[in-house]
Design a protein around this ligand. Structure first.
Ligand code: MN
Length: 134
């Protein structure tokens, strides 16, 4: 065994996130493991762009209050201890509520030539408002 060396906390880039989001990689692909695991911290109002994962994604909330939203308008409110699975190819976004931080682990499998995530357009303020109202 070995103590893993992980990169420093990275700011979520503006072309993929709205607001301030910080990502700590916990585990990257190595040897035969394709697991990608990150602890992601969203400040109030911050969220991902719309996106989809080629092999799906598991989100596990560790702190705060958050949302996971799909194109059909389904909203799951995230609280600490909650786990949400987004299946392969399903377009969705996740983030904090307007008035709380939110932290989740994001777990997914890499595809061999990347993390398999297709990034799409930002979530509009109106989409974000509607998700919180619903
Ligand atoms: Mn996702």
């Amino acid at each position: 065994m070995e103590l893993e060396t992980v990169p420093p906390t990275a700011k979520g880039p503006a072309e993929r996130f709205t607001g301030d989001v910080y990502v700590d990689l916990v585990h990257g692909p190595r040897e035969r493991s394709r697991l990608l695991a990150s602890l992601v911290r969203f400040t109030p109002g911050a969220r991902t762009n719309w996106h989809a994962h080629a092999l799906g994604q598991t989100l596990h909330c560790t702190a705060g209050r958050g949302l996971v939203v799909t194109r059909d308008g389904t909203v799951i409110a995230l609280r600490p201890g909650d786990t949400v699975w987004t299946p392969p190819g399903e377009e969705h976004w996740h983030g904090a509520t307007d008035d709380n931080l939110m932290c989740h682990y994001a777990l997914l499998e890499g595809t061999g030539d990347g993390d398999g995530t297709t990034w799409l357009e930002p979530v509009t303020d109106e989409q974000y408002r509607q998700a919180q109202a619903g």
